[in-house]
Design a protein around this ligand. Structure first.
Ligand code: ARG
Length: 491
């Protein structure tokens, strides 16, 4: 009997294995055909091409205002438009810092990078590159007053050299200059600013880009030096193993070369760079969008942060151990890690781990809420704890339940402790929200950086940003003071 049962089981197993052996190859063959170019399939299905770039790189990519509206312009933008058009796709441009581009491509936030990117051996390990569409040389920019100090590359030995972070220029500074003190900065305008303010002695920039900046900064000039490295290629980066996508890109590039479109692109870029108008008529729209988004992010952060914060505070005060621990772990972890890291975790985690396709703005808001919830939880908990124990004892001995005591006696008193602290938190959040600029949310700080790139003026936009933040926080704290005063009166 048992033997028969065992035999049956063995038969079933053999059959299953056999069937699987039959079915699997069919499935995988089918999957193989589809998998040929998943990236391209996805793009086609979406009908939208998401291009990542760092718009601080005129004449390749920068932002301008046309009729009061912000717009991307430059050679790379024209090429992106052509590729989208050739393939009947809508174009979506994701502007972020240059050093986040590769990460964004690898996690699927964007489909390709057109950002004046040079195909280097290290990058080729991570992503694929199209054919080259542009060649450009390197230059060393210094203050005009220093021009006669620097006759050759050797004169820069042991000097402070600025370059944009994670670019080939940063690499050049390290390899071609002996013992250079390399200052790598996230956005290109920062390098200009540090040169102008004397924080570095020279900066390495690609020639055409440097020319654009020099036009607007007459106190800077080209040092007469030669780099060993010859001209470098510029290509489009795309995910590995995307043969169809790659072929489409190369087709558009070939077409561009055959038709001699590059000259047109260059001309168009030069025109957009020359749009006239003063600083404020040209760039106020950037700052207005910035203010709107900063306020939006801060309000969402504080309101939802307060809701979740209240929840965590109650969990932490509760007598149920697991809830207490959970809340403590959350609060400690969030308060013990930098907001910057949290922002990146949410930004890349939502796509890479959860597979969600959500905008940078939403990611920024989620990160702010997660962060605020922890701080506000502590504010609320402290506010409740600050109410004298005697109050609870008195209420309970009068026969009120725990819930009634909380609702009618403790919380109304706690609110008076909590509200002012919550106001302070709001002020902090307005300032801290500037951190979400790293993932490309167009709040005040991000747009100030955009204007730095568009105006080639690295300083004024920062000053305007500072003033705007100050106006926001100062007004808010005045309002909070008035409210607090009113509450005192009600005492
Ligand atoms: N060609 C250089 C590189 O690949 C710099 C590119 C910087 N691009 C930019 N949009 N900021 O590293």
């Amino acid at each position: 009997m048992i033997q028969k049962k065992a035999m049956n089981i063995i038969k079933v197993i053999i059959c299953t294995v056999f069937l699987c052996g039959l079915i699997f190859p069919i499935f995988s063959a089918k999957a193989g055909a589809e998998e040929q170019d998943q990236t391209w399939e996805k793009i086609k299905k979406r009908g939208e091409l998401r291009v990542g770039l760092s718009a601080d790189y005129a004449p390749l990519e920068f932002e301008t205002t046309k009729n009061g509206k912000c717009e991307f312009a430059g050679i790379d933008i024209e090429l992106a438009k052509k590729i989208a058009k050739d393939n009947h796709l809508k174009l979506k441009i994701e502007n972020m810092s240059f050093d986040s581009l590769l990460g964004a491509l690898k996690t699927g936030k964007i489909d390709m990078i057109i950002s004046g990117m040079t195909p280097t051996p290290e990058r080729k390990k991570e992503v694929d590159f199209s054919d080259s569409y542009l060649k450009s040389g390197q230059s060393m920019v210094v203050k005009k007053t220093d021009l006669d100090k620097y006759k050759s590359l050797r004169d820069f030995d042991n000097k402070r050299i600025g370059a944009q972070k994670q670019t080939t220029q940063e690499q050049l500074a390290k390899t071609e200059i002996n013992n250079a003190d390399v200052h790598a900065m996230t956005r290109l305008p920062e390098t200009i600013l540090s040169l102008k303010s004397g924080k570095v002695d020279g900066i390495i920039i690609e020639k055409p880009v440097a020319e654009a900046y020099l036009q607007q900064n007459p106190e800077l000039g080209f040092a007469n030096v030669k780099f060993h490295e010859p001209e470098k290629d510029t290509s489009i980066a795309l995910p590995k193993n995307s043969p169809v996508f790659l072929a489409q890109l190369n087709k558009s590039i070939k077409d561009m070369k055959d038709q001699g479109l590059m000259e047109q692109y260059k001309e168009k870029a030069a025109q957009s760079m020359e749009e006239d108008g003063n600083f404020f008529t040209k760039y106020s729209s950037f700052f207005i969008t910035g203010i709107k988004n900063t306020i939006l992010i801060s309000i969402v952060g504080v309101v939802f942060g307060a809701l979740f914060g209240a929840l965590f505070a109650l969990m932490k005060l509760s007598s149920i151990k697991p809830l207490k621990w959970l809340a403590s772990v959350y609060i400690e972890f969030i308060r013990g890690t930098p907001l910057l890291v949290q922002v990146f975790l949410v930004f890349f985690g939502t796509t890479a781990v959860l597979g969600w396709d959500i905008s940078a703005l939403i990611c920024g808001m989620i990160a702010m809420v997660i962060n605020c919830a922890a701080y506000i939880a502590e504010i609320i908990r402290a506010g409740i704890n600050a109410v004298d124990k005697g109050q609870t004892e008195a209420a309970r001995s009068l026969g009120l339940s725990y819930g009634q005591t909380m609702k009618n006696i403790i919380l109304p008193q706690a609110v008076k402790n909590i509200l002012p602290a919550l106001g302070n938190e709001f002020v902090t959040v307005i300032k801290e929200s500037s951190i979400v600029s790293v993932i490309g949310v167009s709040e005040i700080m991000f747009n100030a950086q955009v204007v730095q790139g568009a105006s080639f003026d690295p300083f004024t936009p920062l000053l305007v940003a500072a003033i705007l933040y100050f106006i926001l926080t100062f007004t808010l704290s005045r309002v909070m003071n008035i409210l607090e005063g009113r509450m005192k009166v009600s005492d």
